[in-house]
Design a protein around this ligand. Structure first.
Ligand code: NG1
Length: 404
């Protein structure tokens, strides 16, 4: 199925109302993602382990013969947007959804001559500002649409890198995870992704594993308030690495997080860090290197069908994000606790944190119990509940353009 019939019908009607005939000829669809483990590692050059979701952003579109883009969103709160494509596009106001489309257009225009834009009706069902990458899905969907209408093709790894660079237009010093998985996702698989260059290791999900995603309903608007906290973490990690390397005990050790995690035993890294760093920088460093090491362990656990082992790694990741990285919240801690107490094998915050979603691993037979407990103990006492706040993730394919 290209898109749920209700969404496709809604998009067609909206398109006709706003842009008339001829009818749209293409549909560009890009998924959000849930990261299973490897949090705040991507911008430090360390791997992540996400899967693409069944939830996505869709553009029903018709190519134009000039280099303009016109958009109308099915969610009335977002309204219509219009702009001319160039390699220097003035952004809309900070936090505006149209900036993710501009981000794609500007980046692509800096590499290629774009003669054509498009008219599109846009719709999404990735919860917003929830750490599930609705923003990257918006960007990637626009990027693929622009490439298609201009007859451009790029190898996947190059496209993933381009999309990651494009998102910096919105002012977040992000890593490349979200764009890479939205483009490269695979049904029934989670993917270990390494960066610079992007490399992916699709890992088949055991058939009886279920990942329950639950939204705190506290928005973690990365283009707004959480942006500074996120960017501060990226700076602290850089500074921690510099100070670590400058310490005499680290003489002769490799100089990147990636090489350190892959070449030096974790206890030794932590021991030297204890001498070289203090306070917040020690905390950030400890999170990054231990989380980096957990990704490979988690992949082995998934390959071996060791759900309990995978769950323990998720728990350790959450503790580290809460204590050392300081990106959890009361609500996230509560969701994690409820999931564990009701039968999940492990649970953690997912995405950047500061609100957003948690993810819990449980076996298929226990999933309903976990979902019920989250309803009863979280959503029932915190209205308003939104239908999309709690769901079981289905590993899905990456972004694609379909001809209608
Ligand atoms: P969220 O906030 O979940 O979309 C952000 C970054 C990721 C990664 C995670 C933390 C962007 C677009 N996304 O994700 O690259 O760093 O935080 O692991 O910057």
């Amino acid at each position: 199925m290209i898109l749920e019939p209700e969404r496709l019908d809604g998009l067609r009607a909206l398109f006709a109302q706003n842009f008339g005939l001829p009818s749209p000829s293409l549909l560009s669809r890009a998924p959000g993602r849930v990261n299973l483990i490897g949090e705040h590692t991507d911008y430090n050059g360390l791997p992540v382990f996400p899967m693409a979701l069944q939830r996505n952003v869709a553009y029903l579109l018709r190519p134009r013969t000039d280099a303009r883009v016109r958009l109308v969103n099915r969610d009335r709160r977002y309204g219509t947007r219009e702009f001319a494509i160039s390699d220097a596009i003035e952004p809309f106001a900070q936090g505006d959804w149209g900036n993710y489309v501009k981000a794609a257009a500007q980046k692509l225009a800096s590499r290629f001559e774009l003669r054509c834009g498009f008219d599109a009706a846009v719709d999404g069902n990735v919860p917003l500002a929830a750490g599930l990458s609705s923003s990257s899905a918006t960007l990637v969907g626009a990027l693929l649409a622009l490439m298609r209408v201009n007859g451009l093709e790029l190898p996947l790894a190059e496209l993933q890198e381009l999309a990651a660079q494009a998102e910096r237009y919105v002012g977040v010093a992000g890593g490349g995870m979200d764009q890479a998985i939205s483009l490269g996702g695979r049904a029934q698989h989670a993917l270990v992704i390494d960066f610079a260059p992007v490399r992916m290791q699709p890992t088949r999900m055991p058939g009886d594993w279920r990942f329950v995603v639950s939204n705190t309903l506290v928005m973690a608007e990365k283009s707004g308030a959480a942006r500074e906290a996120y960017n501060a973490r990226t700076r602290e990690c850089r500074e921690a690495l510099e100070r670590f390397r400058a310490h005499p005990d680290a003489a002769g050790l490799p100089d990147s997080y990636y090489a350190l995690v892959h070449g030096v035993a974790l206890p030794r890294l932590l021991e030297i860090a204890g001498h070289a760093l203090g306070g917040v920088l020690l905390q950030r460093f400890r999170h990054v290197v231990s989380e980096g090491a957990r990704v490979e362990q988690a992949r082995q656990a998934m390959l071996g069908g060791d759900a309990a082992g995978f769950g323990r790694l998720m728990d350790a990741s959450h503790a580290s994000l809460r204590e050392d990285y300081e990106v959890s919240s009361t609500e996230l801690d509560l969701l994690v606790e409820i999931a564990r107490e009701s039968g999940a094998l492990g649970a953690r915050l997912t995405g950047a944190g500061f609100g957003g979603c948690s993810v819990a691993l449980c076996l298929a037979d226990d999933a309903q119990r976990v979902v019920d407990a989250l309803h009863r103990r979280y959503y029932a006492v915190r209205p308003p509940f939104e239908g999309e706040a709690l769901f079981v993730a289905e590993a899905s394919d990456g972004a694609r353009v379909f001809e209608l």
